[in-house]
Ligand binder design. Sequence first.
Ligand code: ARG
Length: 561
Amino acid sequence: MLDLKKIFTEKLLAVLPESLEYDSVYSMIETPKHASLGDLAFPCFQLAKTLQESPASIAAEFSSKLHSPYFSKVIHAGPYVNVFFDPAKAGSPIVNHVLEEGTEYGSGEIGSGKTVVLDMSSPNIAKPFSMGHLRSTVIGNALASLAEKNGYRPIKINYLGDWGTQFGKLIVAYRKWGDPEKVKQNPIGELLKLYVQFHHEAEQSPALEDEGRKAFKDLESGEPDHLELWKWFRDESLKSFMEIYGLLGITFDNFQGEAFYNDKMSEAVQLLKEKDLLVQSDGAEVVLMDEEGMPPCLIKKSDGASLYPTRDLAAAIYRQREYQFDQALYVVGQEQRVHFNQVFSVLKKMGFEWADAMKHVPFGLYLKNGKKMSTRKGRVILLENVIKEAIALALKNINEKNPDLHDAEKTARAVGVGAIIFHDLKNDRMNNIEFSLSDMLTFEGETGPYIQYTHARAQSILRKAPPSYTFHGLGDEASWEVIKQLRLFPETVERSYLSLAPSVLAKYLIDLSKSFNKYYGKVRILEENDELTSRVSLVKAVAIVLAEGLRLLGIEAPNEM
Ligand code: ARG
């Protein structure tokens, strides 16, 4: 692939003082904010120090010395040497490369031979799937696809919240007040009610709490009736989660939740003992974290029951053994920051060097009218309904725009779901996001449907175009802007993963769509003349990159909409 930066670097090296090395020159090259200033720029500040001259005069001197058939112009702008590429010459190898590679374009090798485990989604059974779990699901899924595109082997683990004292309480509540028929009809709603009722009643009769704790303790030791009930709650919950995953089009490598580690915790606890890390505190066993400036990490309750951190320790040890991961990402809300810092530090104290390869990938909240969207209390938002509403709205938009579209339902699913996913991913992970269905579903503006629509527009041109084509070069400015965007796809895919920021790719897709739509507005693509095949090639290349970029974000790219 023609690397414009590389060409520029090589030409610079030929004229710069010998002390400068390829990699450092390459990494100093910038992209000017405005296309009118050129395609790439080299800043001369650092050289100025070495050469004891002003940056501007150095820029002036070097700009007159750079020549290449790929350059149409080299100028100096203040302290910068700026180069303009010849669109026809530099464009051909780029566009033809995209066409040759197809969906492979943008694939990288930084992760080859490496495994990354993603702990993602991880909703709690017997509770509604929350907006936070939605974020974890879509961010985790995009990171997994980006990892794969960069050569890693991703393992997507749905670490279901299916173990803990709350299930002891739920078992007690169900035995006292539960109705099997009601639970069958609306498992999550009904179980949530029972759980809430338990807490109400426990305020009056505190003995209930003890009953709940004991029930969990018995569950952990394998009491068969408890286990059976627990398994039923889990199956029913999973069924309703699977509907959501089905709508989102997201799959997992496994659903090994917290309960999966029930028989794997004793090993972790034993290791902690051997390393002398366990300390008694009010009857409970903890690892002190004073040195790290954190509260003690709770390992065992006074009744011997396990805790959330205990299970995460066991899970990490198991995953390292099972997958030998080179990286482990935990895509979990920022409110669990201390928990993960504790878990990682404890593993480190246990002597596991690989703990350095673990990373918490936090994210912000969803807001509705500026307030936290909550699944608790009365303000239950059923995600399934939200998704269905988005699909219905998308269908309405499609019917208005394109009433003849066949498969409108299927397309509406892709658009509705794509809108939700894109709206989440285009924001920096840590930002809070205002949840507004109408905003995320508009076809104009920086939305998923806008990019899908741009892709569908490209596909519709291709349906009318001659069937085979090659790019020979286009001289106009608008096409060159598109080509420059196409060139950036591989490095965007890499940066998006390395910075664990799907937003980098999402923003890129917006830029590519904008520059393509500008081109589309300026040029009659299907006009019969010498440049027809080049223009069609460019459209094809854009369609390839848009579809592949959307795929990486977990979004479908319908050919018509
Ligand atoms: N189930 C947890 C929750 O909803 C998230 C689990 C995150 N993953 C982990 N390994 N702790 O809060």
